[in-house]
Design a protein. Structure first.
Length: 94
C-alpha cells in the first residue's frame, strides 16, 4: 500500500501534468492492446476483448475530462493500464 499511496501523492501534487501524460500513455497502451487483439482475428472472443479494452480506456479518459476526484481518476488509469497489459500478454501467447 505504500507504493500506491506514494504514487498517488505524486500524481495528486502535479495533477494536470500527470493526467496529461496518463492520457497519452494509457491511450497508446490501449491501442497496442487493440492491435494485439485484432491480430488474432475477429471472432466473438476478440470482439469482447476489444470492447473491454476500449471501454476501459474511454472510462479513464472521460474521468479526467469530467473532472472526477483525483483518486477515482488515478484508480481508473491504473485499471486501464492493467487491463491493457493483461490483454497484450494473453493475446501474444495465443
Amino acid at each position: 500500500m505504500t507504493l500506491y499511496n506514494t504514487t498517488f501523492e505524486n500524481f495528486n501534487k502535479s495533477y494536470i501534468g500527470s493526467a496529461t501524460m496518463a492520457i497519452i500513455g494509457q491511450s497508446c497502451l490501449g491501442a497496442t492492446a487493440a492491435m494485439f487483439i485484432l491480430s488474432n482475428g475477429t471472432s466473438v472472443v476478440q470482439m469482447v476483448q476489444l470492447a473491454i479494452i476500449v471501454f476501459a480506456n474511454i472510462f479513464a479518459n472521460t474521468s479526467i475530462l469530467a473532472q472526477l476526484s483525483h483518486r477515482t481518476v488515478f484508480n481508473l488509469i491504473i485499471s486501464s493500464v492493467f487491463l491493457s497489459i493483461l490483454l497484450i500478454i494473453i493475446n501474444s501467447l495465443i
